[in-house]
Write a protein that binds this ligand. Structure first.
Ligand SMILES: *Cc1c(COP(=O)(O)O)cnc(C)c1O
Length: 374
């Protein structure tokens, strides 16, 4: 709490998940200690990147990996790599793409906005996004048609809660691209707990954020086929200079992966489930709201709490309740994606018991007729 008092910063309880405008995630003490130690040392950066590559490879089974500034830059650099390979003159020329393949195909429902449009990451490399199918559906046949063009650099697929329309079968889409000799990049920014499944699609590169569930400093992990990773790393001498990982980020990723390897996944999962079940039971005892345990829509291994608001009994609708929580002290931020249908979602993974209790206190204070504690 030191920094908030020192600089007069707003206290926040983040029940929104790994949300960038709120500082994304919390790092374990072991990670913060490693990062602090990294900050005061000199390193051969090539060696740090080699260490990261070996550590990610051991943890995931990928052939190789590199760390860049974040997943947003990882998308730009993976697209750049698909256009340039390791050719130095091409790397130096970007974003001038003269003589290079420039079309980057992606399903229409994968043109997500995570704070800015993902297609801008593609355009930033100098490439041209080619949107396949419609927001409701993109079939493998739609992709085949757009991938057939000889000027195609790569296919980009997204694994996220933000995608729209009927799910695109990722492994089938990868196979369709590979039949045309087109490499595939999967943006799985918040899916670091599902790296195995994303690699199993056969994608050439899988991109995940270090600062989301992994809890490292801000970092983009690029993992996959050795040749494709080499071409991303080669961008360090080009546009990648502006998107580089810091020494403390690379060390933080290595340490966070070490922690993840030691984690008792079964016990962790049970703790998350218990935490949400306890919260939901307490919420359901409040007037005008009904709590429910819901699974993560992308298959992440922990549930979230759903709070359905009955406006007549609660005296306000879901959107108004979320706004009141957000203007309290501390501010409480929840997932408002489905507030129009009366539902708020809360992700409790990073929260301490006292913070969960604070959310329940704030709800009890807002909802009418709640017996106030003496
Ligand atoms: C968060 C997110 C990103 C961006 O990740 P950063 O590491 O913050 O750059 C990209 N794609 C999706 C689907 C995301 O959720």
């Amino acid at each position: 709490m030191g920094l908030h008092d020192q600089y007069g910063l707003t206290q926040v309880i983040n029940a929104r998940g790994p949300f960038t405008p709120l500082g994304v995630s919390r790092s374990d003490e072991r990670v913060t200690a490693a990062v602090a130690a990294a900050l005061s040392g000199f390193f051969v950066m090539e060696e740090l990147q080699d260490l990261a590559s070996r550590t990610v490879a051991r943890a995931t089974g990928a052939q190789a990996a590199t760390v860049v500034h974040c997943t947003s830059s990882a998308i730009t650099l993976s697209v750049a790599a698909a256009m340039t390979g390791t050719a130095p003159e091409r790397i130096a020329a970007l974003p001038d793409t003269h003589g290079m393949p420039t079309r980057v195909v992606l399903p229409a429902g994968h043109t997500v906005d995570y704070g800015h449009p993902l297609v801008q990451d593609i355009r930033l490399a100098g490439a041209t996004p080619v949107v396949s199918g419609t927001g409701d559906a993109c079939t493998v046949a739609d992709l085949e048609r757009d991938l057939a063009h000889p000027d195609t650099a790569c296919l980009v697929l997204v694994s996220s809660r933000l995608t729209r329309g009927a799910p695109v079968p990722l492994a089938d889409a990868v196979a369709a691209a590979h039949r045309r000799g087109v490499p595939v990049v999967v943006d799985g920014a918040a899916q670091d707990l599902r790296i195995d499944e994303l690699l199993a699609t056969g994608a050439d590169l899988v991109l995940v954020s270090g600062q989301k569930y992994l809890g490292s400093p801000t970092a983009g992990l690029v993992l996959g086929r050795a040749g494709a990773v080499r071409a991303v790393r080669a961008q360090e001498k080009g546009i990648g200079r502006a998107m580089k990982a810091s020494k403390e980020a690379v060390i933080g990723v290595v340490e966070a992966l070490g922690l993840r390897a030691e984690l008792d996944q079964v016990a962790w999962r049970r703790a998350q489930t218990d935490k949400v079940a306890h919260f939901v039971a307490r919420v359901s005892a409040l007037p005008g709201v009904a709590g429910r345990v819901v699974d993560d829509p992308t298959g992440l291994p922990f549930p979230r709490a759903s709070v359905v608001v009955d406006p007549a009994a609660a005296g306000r609708d879901a959107a108004a309740l979320a706004a009141e929580l957000r203007t309290g002290s501390p501010q409480i931020w929840v997932i408002t994606q489905h507030q129009d249908r009366g539902e708020l979602l809360l992700e409790l993974v990073p929260l301490a018991e006292e913070e969960v209790a604070e959310i329940l206190r704030a709800l009890a204070a807002l909802l009418p007729g709640t017996p106030q504690p003496a």
